[in-house]
Design a protein around this ligand. Structure first.
Ligand code: SF4
Length: 117
């Protein structure tokens, strides 16, 4: 019986720990989303070696897009006018929904591009 109780206590402790981690992670994500746009300048730029950037074929300059590889690409498509970007007109580096906590080049592009309405 005592062994059963200690197992039960261990499971309770594990459940509490998992819940605490989930709350801490959620609170951290909320704090990240609440950062003012002014703080965006302090965020790191997406690196060419970033696994998500590589998967999306992200480039810092849309001029470098291989039109043969991406036949739907058009020269006017840039991060600065993409639906996923959250930057303001004229900013060189902008936040992107696909790269939380990082900035993409406003002149960049990736294959997830969708024109802002
Ligand atoms: S989703 Fe849009 S803003 Fe983000 S990297 Fe791709 S083209 Fe740029």
């Amino acid at each position: 019986m005592k062994d059963l109780l200690s197992r039960r206590d261990a499971l309770k402790t594990l459940a509490l720990g998992a819940g605490t981690l989930l709350v801490a992670r959620t609170a951290g994500a909320g704090a990240e989303a609440a950062k003012p746009a002014a703080a965006a300048g302090a965020l790191p730029h997406v690196a060419a070696t970033d696994p998500v950037a590589m998967a999306l074929s992200y480039v810092e300059s849309a001029k470098g897009v291989d039109a043969k590889k991406f036949p739907t690409f058009k020269p006017e498509q840039k991060c600065g006018n993409c639906l996923q970007s959250k930057g303001k007109e004229g900013e060189a580096w902008v936040p992107c929904n696909l790269f939380p906590g990082k900035l993409v080049n406003a002149q960049g592009w990736c294959k997830a591009y969708v024109k802002k309405p």
